[in-house]
Write a protein of this length. Sequence first.
Length: 253
Amino acid sequence: NETGLTGKSVIVTGAGSGIGRAAALRFASAGAKVLVADLNGETARETVESVEAAGGAAVAVTGDLGDQAVVDRVVATAVEEFGSLDVLVNNAGIMDRMSAAADVSDAEWERVLRVNLTAPFLLTRAALPHMLAAGKGAIVNTASEAGLRGSAAGAAYTASKHGVIGLTKNLAVMYRGKGIRANAIAPGGVATNITVDAEQGAHGPATIAPYFGNIGSVTSAEDQAAAIVFLASDAAAGINGAILPVDSGWAAV
Ligand code: NAD
């Protein structure tokens, strides 16, 4: 088919839920083989079962992607099971407590940065040798509206998603001419299982709420998955270093 994804080996992180699960199913229906990486073994297995029920091929690897050993296992399993690594989707992420800087604990800062920014870096670094050897590859990162503006989340999440956008652009520049493209989606509000910690900082939602009025309508995980698969596909062969808002127009406000 015209996606060029038939038979390709694709890693999707956070594929046990929400945007990642929708992306795994869409890649599989385009003919790709999908490695489902998630912290939650039960939901990861459910995604694998859904892919298989639809006639596709998938395998799950469970663990914390902030851990180098888990990252190495994810990449090695994709290569061993599927024979190559063509697409990496860094999608797993966690929300912060919507806290302003003075209210952010060391633990919150370190966890949000590790999962949302360090894990995509670790996975990318582990995937690149395989893509460079093949002379081709596509990386798609799930950033956020919070990577484009200061009014969509707390300090930690906002910094992490600005970081993801910086990493995406730098990859695009460093590896252009080597057959590897790196792009990101910037979702606005999406109906998924992601949660904001109930106990929030003093300058949290109340401070940001007035700016949230611009959010527009909430999109579906499937809307986000369509953009991820497009950016990974041959239809996006000329697109590198792009940050694509999938946000019902929030970024245009
Ligand atoms: P979700 O909570 O439904 O799914 C996220 C998945 O990531 C879960 O299955 C979770 O187990 C997994 N995960 C979390 N930490 C992990 C870790 N350390 N290692 C491995 N897996 C881990 O959330 P979602 O909304 O589908 O989020 C996907 C991405 O979209 C995230 O990067 C999030 O920041 C981004 N995003 C979401 C929204 C939104 O409104 N939902 C908006 C903008 C961006």
